[in-house]
Structures are given as structure tokens and as C-alpha cells.
Design a protein around this ligand. Structure first.
Ligand SMILES: Nc1ncnc2c1ncn2[C@@H]1O[C@H](COP(=O)(O)OP(=O)(O)OP(=O)(O)O)[C@@H](O)[C@H]1O
Ligand SMILES: [Mg+2]
Length: 406
């Protein structure tokens, strides 16, 4: 199972709307669960007009297995079962103090429950904000999908903070390793200890010397202890940190690049590191039907599916539709070897990507199918490690990290 948290930093940028429809788009071909972790202010319940039988309260307080809290769409909403691969887990309807604030036992139980779920994808609708309730649920080492919007300038800055916070948390945990604490303890080599401490302070506070960033500190460390394998491992994690993002309420390519993507990337390069890489998974245009779906309780993609069924002959499957939209002709028969198929699909997706960029898919359904296709492609590509397979506890993460140091 791949875990794909949808986070934003800033509230109100469309996380719930996107998480819901993205999960539905993935569910056209893969078993997908949508988990509502926006406990306390959950809006999934109002976005989905479904009577919730069991929610996180039953899992956390009533001893029910998490899987038993998964609910499918009712037949009245999805009569043909077009989204039969989709299910969701709602957060409690009322205010439950320790669930809202994720006290440690709740957190541990949730993580264990999540890791035990059976599906191809788990899309998680996160709370807004940058506090530990959010950060501790983001898998260590990548931030899932970050959503922000060119419509809200402040959302770009907060998204950059979010991407940095996940990176700094991961690297900070590494530096808390007892093995390194011993290796760089003040004493034998004051200069080494001081660089190490500054690195720790930087990650903890998110700030360095004016104008300084992680790359500068690593440069200093490399001059002080060039032979230490810690730096090699540390750099490895940093260089493999990838930010996957989606732009919601997208307006135009030129404007988005200039006013949103550029400042976002620049801010991370400037104040964190220029080693971070970025992957734009796509965008969702501003759309009246998407906005209204939030009020009617029927998700945009579901409504759209049944509208089209009424108006037109049977819709081709998502993959075929993408090909058609982008004028790629019919699919080629799959070649014999699995490896070749993967290469072929990946090549075709590259092509789609290029065409997509030039065509700027104008309706949200095309947008969402494209993002789902990208997500499938990336998660099948081991270089990306897109979507962690499980949520690691800090302890497990530290053990893995330390095993690389010795
Ligand atoms: N692509 C879109 N086009 C039009 N309206 C949209 C789009 N995406 C989201 N909206 C609208 O924006 C509003 C906020 O969306 P949503 O509740 O999904 O945001 P959120 O990030 O989950 O908010 P919160 O931080 O409060 O959880 C809703 O009214 C929703 O219908
Ligand atoms: Mg929300």
C-alpha cells in the first residue's frame, strides 16, 4: 500500500476537495482508501452525503478494527459501482478531545492501524497547519502531496514552510541519534562538536546565520570532518528529498510559474537547500461544479461520471480517455516482458506530460485523471519512493538510519 497524505500548510486551499476526488480518480483502477485525519474540523462528512456507520471513534475508543471503519459509497450515489474500489474512513462527527489532539496513545494506535490496512493507495486528508499533529503523520522522508494555489499568495509561503518542516524534522531526528551524539560530543574535537551543534540548532529552529542554509553548514562540516560517513548518509537523505505538489484552482501556466512555483522553489533553495528536487504532479482548474460539489454532498467525479452516462455513450476507461484527449491513438498491445511494459508506460506518460503541458487540460476531470496516472507511475518507480509503504515510528527510522552509519 502507498500512503499519500495531502497537506497544505495553509487552510482552505482545497485539501479535502482534492483528496476526495484524487482518491476517487485512483479508485478507477486501484483499491483506494481515503482517511480523514482532519479530526475536529472534519469537512469530509459534509462533502460526502453518506450516513457514516463507523468512524475513527469506533477504532480508537471501541476496539473495532480500522478496516471495519472503511465505508463504500452507497448504491444510491454510485449505482453502477463505478467507484467500487473506493472507500473512506471518516473522523468522528463531534469533538473528542484526545482524538482531536492526537495524544501519544492515539497516535501510536492510528499509525499501527494505518500500517495494517489493505489497499493499493491510502490518501490522507490532513489538518491544515504546521503543528506536530500534522508533521508526525507525514511519513518520514517525503511529504506526500503538497497542495497550494496561485489564488492565495500566502499559501505558497506556507507550503514552502511545510516542505521545509518535513525535511528538517527528518534530518533533526537523524541528528538526535545516540550514536552521533556520542561521536560528536563536546570534548575531543571542539570544532567538530560545534559544527554538529550548529547543524542541530539550525534544524530545530529552521534558521541559520543570516543568508545561511543547510548547504553552507554541510560545506563547513565537510571541511571539518570530510571522512566521516555520517555526512555521506546525511547528504544522501537530503539529496533524495523530493517535494511532490499539485496546484489547485490553477489559472494559467505563465502566472502559476511566475507567481507561485518560482517563489516556492526559490524559498526552499534559499532557506533550506538547493539539493531538494520538485515534481509537479499537475493541477486542478478552478471550476464551478467542483465548488458546488462541496455543497451538494456528491463528489465532483461521481456526479460527473453519472452526468456523462446520461448524456453520452459509455465512457472509455480513464487510460483510454487520456489517450483520446491527447490524440495518442489506441493503446499498443502489452509487450511480453514486464520490465518492457513498465518502460513503455513510463515513456507514454512522459509523452502525455509534454502534451498536457502544452494543452493545459481545462476540465477538472482530465486534471484529476492525469494526476492519478502520474501518481501510479511514480509509485511504481522505485527511484521515486513516492508514497511511503508505511508510517515509520521515530524509533524505527532512527534504527534504519543508524544501521547505515556503521
Ligand atoms: N478547484 C476548485 N474549484 C472551485 N472551488 C474549489 C476548488 N477546490 C476547492 N474549492 C472550494 O474551496 C473551498 C475550500 O475547499 P476545501 O474545504 O477542500 O479546503 P481545505 O484545504 O480542505 O480546507 P481546510 O483547511 O479548512 O480543511 C470549498 O468551498 C471548495 O468547494
Ligand atoms: Mg479540509
Amino acid at each position: 500500500m502507498r500512503i499519500l497524505p495531502v497537506s497544505s500548510g495553509k487552510g482552505g486551499v482545497g485539501k479535502t476537495t482534492f483528496a476526495l476526488n484524487f482518491a476517487l480518480a485512483l479508485a478507477r483502477t486501484s483499491r483506494t482508501i481515503l482517511l480523514d485525519l482532519d479530526t475536529g474540523t472534519s469537512s469530509l462528512r459534509s462533502f460526502l452525503d453518506v450516513k457514516v456507520e463507523r468512524d475513527l471513534f469506533h477504532f480508537l475508543k471501541k476496539g473495532q478494527p480500522l478496516a471495519s471503519c472503511c465505508q463504500a459509497l452507497p448504491a444510491t450515489m454510485d449505482p453502477e459501482g463505478a467507484f467500487a474500489n473506493f472507500s473512506f474512513i471518516a473522523s468522528p462527527g463531534g469533538f473528542v478531545q484526545d482524538i482531536v489532539n492526537f495524544v501519544p496513545e492515539v497516535k501510536e494506535k492510528l499509525i499501527a492501524g494505518i500500517n495494517g490496512l489493505q489497499a493499493d493507495y491510502l490518501v490522507v486528508d490532513m489538518k491544515a497547519g504546521l503543528d506536530h499533529n500534522v508533521l508526525e503523520f507525514l511519513p518520514l522522508s517525503n511529504s506526500g502531496i503538497l497542495l497550494f494555489t496561485p489564488r492565495l499568495k500566502a499559501a505558497t509561503a506556507t507550503a514552502a514552510e511545510m516542505a521545509k518542516a518535513v525535511l528538517f524534522r527528518m534530518l533533526g531526528i537523524m541528528l538526535s541519534s545516540p550514536l552521533l551524539q556520542g561521536r560528536f560530543a563536546p570534548g575531543p574535537d571542539e570544532a567538530q562538536a560545534s559544527v554538529f551543534q550548529r547543524l542541530r540548532d539550525f534544524l530545530e529552529s529552521g534558521n541559520g546565520d543570516p543568508g545561511g542554509n543547510l548547504d553552507d553548514l554541510i560545506g563547513e562540516a565537510a571541511a571539518r570532518f570530510p571522512e566521516d560517513n555520517f555526512l555521506r548518509v546525511f547528504r544522501y537523505y537530503l539529496e533524495n528529498y523530493k517535494v511532490y505538489y499539485v496546484l489547485n484552482q490553477f489559472n494559467s501556466v505563465a502566472e502559476s510559474v511566475e507567481n507561485t512555483i518560482k517563489p516556492f522553489v526559490e524559498e526552499i533553495f534559499r532557506s533550506a537547500s538547493s539539493k531538494v528536487t520538485f515534481h509537479n504532479l499537475g493541477w486542478v482548474v478552478e471550476d464551478e461544479q467542483v465548488r458546488r460539489s462541496g455543497e451538494t454532498g456528491v463528489p465532483y467525479l461521481v456526479r460527473r461520471h453519472y452526468q456523462k452516462r446520461q448524456a453520452a455513450p459509455p465512457a472509455p476507461d480513464a487510460d483510454a480517455r487520456l489517450r483520446e484527449i491527447f490524440g495518442l491513438g489506441p493503446a499498443k498491445p502489452p509487450p511480453g516482458k514486464k520490465k518492457d511494459l513498465a518502460r513503455e508506460l513510463s515513456g507514454q506518460l512522459d509523452l502525455l506530460r509534454k502534451i498536457y503541458v502544452f494543452n493545459a487540460g481545462r476540465d477538472p476531470e482530465t486534471n484529476l485523471d492525469f494526476i492519478a496516472a502520474r501518481a501510479r507511475d511514480l509509485s511504481a518507480n522505485s527511484v521515486h519512493q513516492f508514497g511511503m509503504k508505511r508510517i515509520f515510528s521515530v524509533q524505527e527510522f532512527l534504527e534504519r538510519f543508524q544501521s547505515r552509519l556503521t
